[in-house]
Design a protein around this ligand. Structure first.
Ligand code: NAD
Ligand code: DAU
Length: 353
């Protein structure tokens, strides 16, 4: 995609990764008009975008991506040149409790966007549908090996199955209707504005409040962590330089066993809160494992590095400290997003274990 004037829809722009992407595009590309389409579920929060909400090139549209009529109206009103699609139900534990919510948003919602793009983009030479996806579509690795772009799909949770279905739909629109698409599959993100139901912000929050730290199973599952700002820089790179019809893996070669990561967080928090070393580790509580818990994810991002020159900018320990500092300085945000409905969900989850 060239960098001339254009109107770009970003779906899910009020969520964790979406808000970082909207901020990057609004600030870096004043000639782009960025339209954030978000229905504001529990995970979407306009406070994530307070610093850019009054910029001239930013517009918010409150809309459900499953609402065909509304999405049609938006395409008709804005003449989008491109869509970067992030809106999704994103939490694996929730997908185990309510799979159909994931089928609806992640599969049907993606289908509605693709179909509307196909209807409006009759001359597709200057348009692009960028689908943001996850490494979880590849399933679970054993002790060795990496996910590459040619690893067969083998999703194992309702969340990853719904994301895999959406990836397949995107490629089907490319092959069948020549819709210009590009796709990326990223590993676990961390950083500011991460909803505190996910491992890292949940642990930070619980350590701060002296609550138990629920580690699933034996804590031996492995995730590959990437700073969210490096993820959105990769999206920027792929959006502008990626090849139509291609997919790119995004990851930082940064694998951590859950228990080692939680212990590292405990040490950082003890230092920040000036607690006796070892205080926070005493909160670690092994709980019943997640059903179908994937053992290990590890991304091989060589293609993105070699072909488009992207590589992560931040070391994990530094990124984790930055993240902890952000949560300590933004307790009002945490209180705001975890009030009401969320607290009930958390208690239900915790009591089940
Ligand atoms: P998130 O849950 O923080 O945010 C999702 C956003 O989508 C929210 O703002 C929510 O309001 C919005 N949304 C949900 N349903 C919608 C609907 N029907 N219509 C319009 N908006 C809707 O998610 P995230 O962690 O920022 O993930 C964003 C995307 O990146 C997802 O597609 C996810 O699969 C993918 N991804 C996430 C990670 C990660 O580690 N978080 C890693 C790889 C890929
Ligand atoms: O790999 C990319 C995926 O990473 C994204 O597609 C998902 O949207 C995102 O939520 C994330 O999925 P995970 O399931 O890996 O993330 P989560 O933070 O929920 O869990 C990380 C690991 O920590 C996982 O092995 C489960 C474990 N865990 C999680 C929670 C919430 C615990 O041990 N205790 C917990 O309380």
């Amino acid at each position: 995609m060239s960098q001339t004037n254009k109107t770009i829809a970003i779906t899910g722009g009020a969520g964790f990764i979406g808000s970082h992407l909207v901020r990057l595009f609004v600030n870096k590309y004043p000639r782009y008009r960025v339209v954030n389409i978000d229905v504001l579920t529990y995970a979407g929060n306009l406070n994530n975008l307070k610093d850019i909400e009054s910029k001239e090139n930013y517009i918010f549209e409150h809309a459900d991506i499953c609402d065909e009529q509304k999405i049609d109206q938006l395409f008709s009103a804005y003449h989008f040149d491109a869509i970067i699609h992030l809106a999704a139900e994103s939490h694996v534990d929730r997908s185990i409790m309510d799979p159909l919510a994931f089928v609806r948003t992640n599969v049907l919602g993606t289908g509605v966007l693709l179909n509307t793009a196909r209807k409006y983009w009759t001359d597709s030479s200057q348009t692009l549908f960028y689908h943001v996806s996850t490494d979880e579509v590849y399933g679970s690795l054993g002790e060795t090996g990496f996910f590459t772009e040619t690893t067969p799909y083998d999703p194992r949770s309702p969340y990853s199955a719904s994301k895999a279905a959406s990836d397949h739909l995107v490629m089907a629109y490319y092959h069948t209707y020549d819709l210009p698409v590009v796709l990326s599959n990223c590993s676990n993100n961390y950083g500011s504005y991460h909803f505190p139901e996910k491992l890292i912000p949940l642990m930070i929050n619980n350590i701060l409040q002296n609550k138990p730290l629920p580690v699933y199973g034996k804590g031996e599952n492995i995730r590959d962590w990437l700073w969210v700002e490096d993820h959105v820089k990769a999206i920027d790179t792929i959006f502008h330089q990626g090849k139509t019809g291609e997919k790119y893996n995004i990851g930082g070669f940064n694998e951590w066993k859950n228990i080692d990561l939680v212990k590292l967080l405990c040490r950082i928090m003890d230092k920040k809160l000036q607690r006796e070393p070892g205080t926070s580790e005493k909160l670690i509580t092994y709980v019943k494992d997640r059903a179908g818990h994937d053992l290990r994810y590890a991304i091989d991002a060589t293609k993105l590095n070699k072909e488009l020159g992207w590589s992560p900018s931040l070391q994990f320990e530094e990124g984790l400290e930055k993240t902890v500092d952000w949560y300590l300085q933004n307790q009002d945000w945490v209180k705001d997003v975890t009030s009401g409905h969320y607290q009930q969900y958390y208690n239900e989850q915790y009591n089940k274990r």
